[in-house]
Design a binder for this molecule. Sequence first.
Ligand code: ZN
Length: 561
Amino acid sequence: MHDLVIDNALVIDGLGTPARRGGVAVKDGRIAAVGADLGAASQRVDAGGLVLAPGIVDIHTHYDAQLTWDPFATPSTALGVTTVVIGNCGFTIAPCRPPDRDLTLRALTHVEGMSLEALRAGVRWDFESYPEYLDAMERRGVVPNVASFVGHSSVRTYVLGADATKRPATDAEIAEMRRIVLEAVRVGALGFATSTAEQHNGENGVPMPSRLADEREMMALTGALGEAGRGVFMLTKGMTSTIPWLEKVAAANGRPVMIAAIFIDPGDPTRVFREVGEIEAARARGRELWAQVGCFPLGMEFTLRHPYPLEAFLGWRPAIEAADEAAYRRVLADPSFRKTLKEESASTGVPNRFSDKTWPHLTIMDVTREGHRHLQGQTIGELAQASGRHPLDVFLDFGLDGELDAMFDCRLFNTDEDEVRKLLRHQHAAVALSDAGAHLSFLCDAGFGLHLFGHWVRERGDLTLEEAVKRVTSDVASAYRIPGRGRLAPGACADLILFDPRTVARGGKRRVNDLPTGATRLDTPAVGLHGVWVNGVRTVDERGVIADCGRPGRVLREFGP
Ligand SMILES: [Zn+2]
């Protein structure tokens, strides 16, 4: 007798097989059978003809801190995600010595888009080492399955303390960091993650620790994966990390490299395809490089008080360093500051940042002053054109005119969908980049899987539903050597979603205040999602997340070679 049978479904197995009528039988958290005539079960669910598919595997999230107080990894569970990978970009909270806790949270507050108060109130520090972090998560329990990278920035802070953001490491420090990475991989880390991206800064613009690593340190730490014979190297790359350099790393350690973030940059729209070409060439030489791509325009909401997208400008530094609001306003008004920024925004060849191509995609969403209400919905590009002034002057003058808290929506990358389509269909692309759990006040792309099924399959017809499901289930699970997930096949884990292909989508944006201390975040509800099961346990039904579903997720610690 099975524990559960879901029948009368359109089964899409996540492996690219054409959809077929039938269902799945579940026993002890695993799929016992797929097809028709599944036999007796203690519980039966009539799928009513909806699509039954593997749960979405989100390989790019930042729930490291949140999972210590929220086992649901909100909102990913509600959006059909059954496995989350944390520790991306090397931003983790373990290992961490007690005296460094505040330092770690200060570094995270910026990239997480979460207030320091919320982090301080929320994080439960029931661990110090990386193995203890995994053990504590296992003890507390999780709703989705969780796989975790060991993160470069935390390892660096653990070994160098406050110097982690200031200087290169000594040989002894590098050896100690390597020992920690190796230990982490041996107790169940999925791999090693880092960031060299210029926009990854902590509080007051202090660079994330990993950005201080030199070549020796990078080769030593990625080399630990080679020594262990397992693990993925994940990196969010800045302008100094080239694909040929990443190929060199892969050649040295023999491990897969997951390269984020590969998207269409309007400032240099062909660059991404040059990079993809370099990845192809590396593949031909036997190096397993992956391009991590996203299915959303990379956009965010922000205010001039916390202008995350602008911080990638080298010339923005004086604004980051301004001690208080008065000093900040002086910097924004300074003609020489503006001149530098104008030159920088006009220059091409600087990857992945705000540029002159962004102004038409920078929209005023919400104003503070009544007299400015007529400007809502207009773009800075339009206003500049109408007034004949430089868009930067229009933008900063508007902010200085009592609007430092006005909300902007900015679409930076992936705005040309006919180009994005090529990336989504590319055989060595991994579809992810939700950044779920980070940038909470700026964006919410945790529903990327539902968006892929609704927008790219139903609305645009760029992928079949079978292909789209495979992209966000077995393809990424295989790339990350996660065994037995992302597929509906006998013996696989029973991570399932049930959805209506005629309506499935990511819903409209809304602000909610469910973070510790009542802090707000952006949220997008699921549309057309009827059920989610993790290891055979239902976590979402037609009404949404089931609050008392238990903690059916597993902390994943065993990965293939
Ligand atoms: Zn990230």
